[in-house]
Design a protein. Structure first.
Length: 367
């Protein structure tokens, strides 16, 4: 697809209001329950929540490498709270404007995502999401999309015109199907090499020896096939080695994060131009509606304005004492920035650069 259209879908349909809304509903155990044990000693839910409220650093993946102690804006708890506030505002706006998606809408979208990515549900299940949580996340995704596209009309003639004016928009990108096994130490490499030399299938070996639990459960299947996405996710030197390895061959052991990785290249396909079928045209129509709606409706600003109104009218109330102080300071800064951006003290101006964007971005689904 044409790159100019991709950000609209990525930003909106891959969890623009909070990363699949993990925690928006039925996430985790009861507040007084047990998270787990370490050598028989309990980690309780209150202890866990208290830590999240004050945690100000995270481990981030930057250019395919884990980077520890990356500071966040505020705390992890505050970011989660802000996401949940935005989710509530968006659901309220969608209901007020009559565009809240139906159960049928949600199921249709779920089936569409499964058609595009057969492991869609399985991969999210492995991340701890139940089917109800996935469906609720889709419902909020669709609500946000419906707000953006309300009143926007795009026809198939518009799609045909777009294809005519953008002949490179129907390029099926170069792809690679990869599997990998990741181990922590030099000593852990030996059993992997021994199993492969005995003729075991790479997926079977990855399922047995992968140090990463999610990769082990997925039999080492790399969660992306688009070459551009793979290149973005992996360190440059690792991608270069993979790119130079033929189909049905494995790479040497490559230094990867705090351990070692070996990749199996199952298949490579070159970029090719495709003739659009009706499904593809329907998808392009949807993308064009989103693109035009982003320009026309500025839902991100409207969400921010609602949050500001809720703050001023004291309709956003945080009872949790561990988060109340953090939220009050963030809310005060938001209103103060609004005053500075307009040069007034009324706080009634347009959104500032800190909040004019759509609600907090979340993860990606891969391809």
């Amino acid at each position: 697809m044409n790159k100019s259209l991709i950000p609209a879908i990525v930003a909106l349909l891959v969890g623009v209001v909070g990363g699949y809304f993990i925690g928006s509903r039925n996430a985790g155990g009861p507040a007084s329950g047990l998270i787990g044990t370490v050598n028989g000693e309990a980690i309780t839910s209150p202890e866990f929540l208290a830590h999240v409220r004050k945690k100000g650093e995270v481990t981030a993946i930057i250019q395919g490498r884990p980077v520890t102690q990356v500071p966040v804006a505020g705390t992890v708890g505050l970011l989660a709270l802000e996401d949940l506030i935005k989710q509530r505002i968006i659901s309220q706006m969608a209901k007020d404007e009559g565009v809240w998606p139906s159960e049928k809408d949600v199921l249709d979208e779920l089936n569409l995502r499964k058609e595009k990515s057969p492991r869609y549900v399985a991969e999210l299940n492995q991340s701890g999401l139940t089917l109800d949580m996935i469906k609720h996340g889709i419902q909020l995704d669709l609500a946000f999309e419906n707000l953006i596209t309300k009143g926007i009309t795009v026809t198939m003639e518009d799609v045909d015109k777009y294809i005519q004016e953008n002949p490179n928009s129907l390029i099926d990108p170069a792809k690679m199907s990869l599997q990998f096994v990741f181990v922590r130490t030099d000593a852990d490499r030996g059993p992997v090499d021994a199993a492969l030399s005995q003729g075991q299938q790479f997926g079977q070996v990855a399922a047995q020896f992968n140090a990463d639990p999610e990769a082990r459960a997925a039999r080492g299947v790399f969660p992306a096939q688009d070459v551009a996405t793979i290149k973005q996710r992996l360190p440059a030197e690792v991608f270069t080695k993979i790119e130079a390895t033929p189909e049905l061959r494995t790479t040497e052991w490559l230094k990867f994060g705090d351990g070692w990785a070996k990749f199996y290249i199952e298949r490579k396909t070159d970029a090719r131009k495709v003739e659009p079928d009706q499904t593809m045209k329907d998808n392009m129509l949807r993308q064009l509606r989103i693109q035009r709606g982003q320009l026309a409706n500025d839902v991100g600003r409207k969400v921010l304005d609602r949050i500001k109104t809720g703050i001023r009218e004291k309709k956003i109330i945080i009872d949790d004492q561990g988060l109340k102080g953090q939220w009050d300071r963030a809310a005060e800064r938001l209103l103060e920035e609004d005053k500075l951006s307009t040069g007034t003290t009324s706080g009634s101006g347009e959104a500032t650069t800190t909040g004019a964007t759509p609600p907090a971005t979340g993860g990606t689904t891969g391809n």
